[in-house]
Ligand binder design. Structure first.
Ligand code: ZN
Length: 391
């Protein structure tokens, strides 16, 4: 989850505010000097925090004053399959609690993108085995010895072993320019998804009907200078991509590696994570959708990026409703799920959410049609399920 450096200050301000409020009722208990000290400290802190000349964007916490309708969403309008989650719980009790939250908000099934192979993968399967119909576990690729010729033989064997243990797909693979580095325990630095060396692995995925979930690049804000002109500054600064690294591929070239892999492996379903990190220019993803029927995209952790342009994204998602799947990638809290439904389902305007998205801008509901919601929430997932079950 995206860290929010502003939270600490917010709590501090809140505490000081509480101190002031409680004073009048506690006057008789505190001796004047102590009280005056607290009062002085409180006012000083607030004065410093609220001085507009020194107020920082990271501390900006606007509260909407518009008197306009805001919808109270308690659960998803239709049952949901989440295609982008991770192995967050540490204990069995936390797994139980997660299932209770899923029940409350309407998540029928969560895909655990484990990144893992070997014993690491086996332990994830073990953790969720009490809820086989609620969680689907996907594995990583095993890049052990990938700099020596013939490494793929072992990698393909491990993929098949994970499949037999219950892996229904592969993911989340991840390449931010220097190669596949998400898989655990061994990364494949320098290997991009369209590298001919990856061919045997992707062909095995096609043979086993295992979809591949892959994160390429970052969104465009993270490539722009982290300065006063950066439209999405606070989050852009957190996730800044350092393009000075030797051999690093830029955004377009990374999307191109994805395109090559999708093109060269027409019998493998690919799910581009986070709308292929093309949120600021969805026409790039539209072109890929138009060209390749084996490509899907998840919307995980990109709600903050699409909610500022609701009409454009509404039309995009309506048009490509058969290719987009729901995802979260932001933990397991009820508030997180509700926030995603609020953005997808309502036409609410000008609301803020800083806990999950580190942007300073207000958000707008996408007001998706029921037909599109059903597809994104579960119909497309059912189609992917049918592919997985093909013999
Ligand atoms: Zn993820």
């Amino acid at each position: 989850m995206i860290e929010n450096p502003g939270n600490v200050n917010a709590i501090y301000e809140q505490e000081n505010y509480t101190t002031i409020i409680t004073f009048s009722s506690m006057k008789s208990i505190y001796s004047p000097p102590l009280f005056l000290l607290i009062l002085l400290q409180s006012f000083t802190t607030i004065a410093i925090c609220q001085d507009v000349d020194t107020l920082k964007l990271k501390d900006f916490r606007p509260v909407s004053i518009y008197k306009i309708p805001q919808t109270n969403i308690e659960r998803a309008k239709y049952p949901v399959i989440d295609f982008h989650s991770h192995d967050y719980p540490k204990t069995d009790e936390q797994v139980d609690e997660w299932v209770r939250t899923m029940d409350q908000v309407g998540i029928a099934k969560s895909t655990i993108l484990s990144y893992s192979t070997g014993s690491r993968f086996d332990s994830v399967v073990e953790k969720y085995k009490r809820y086989k119909d609620r969680f689907e576990i996907w594995c990583g690729f095993d890049y052990t010895g990938y700099n020596k010729p013939g490494w793929q033989q072992h990698a393909v064997a491990e993929l098949e072993r994970c499949y037999n243990k219950g892996a229904k797909g592969v993911g989340e693979l991840g390449d931010k320019g220097l190669g596949e580095f998400y898989s655990k325990p061994t990364a494949g630095w320098g290997l991009h998804i369209d590298d001919p060396q990856m061919r045997p692995l992707l062909e095995k995925c096609a043979q086993l009907h295992m979809p591949v979930s892959i994160h390429v690049a970052e969104d465009a804000w993270m490539y722009a200078n982290a300065d006063s002109t950066n439209d999405g500054l606070m989050n852009a600064a957190t996730w800044k991509v350092d393009m000075s690294k030797k051999g690093i591929l830029d955004h377009d070239r990374l999307v191109n590696t994805l395109e090559n892999a999708v093109k060269n492996n027409p019998n493998t379903i690919f799910i581009a994570c986070h709308l292929a990190n093309c949120c600021s220019d969805l026409s790039k993803l539209a072109r890929l959708f138009d060209a390749y029927p084996n490509l899907y995209a998840d919307i995980a952790a990109r709600y903050g990026e699409i909610a500022p342009i609701p009409r454009y994204v509404h039309d995009f998602m309506e048009k490509y409703s058969s290719r987009i799947v729901y995802g979260t990638d932001m933990g397991t809290s009820k508030k997180m799920y509700i926030t995603t439904f609020h953005i997808l389902e309502t036409a609410d305007e000008h609301f803020y959410e800083r806990d999950f998205f580190n942007y300073h801008w207000p958000l707008y509901g996408l007001s998706l049609t029921d037909e599109t919601l059903k597809k994104i929430y579960s119909d497309n997932g059912k189609r992917i399920s049918a592919y997985q079950q093909r013999k």
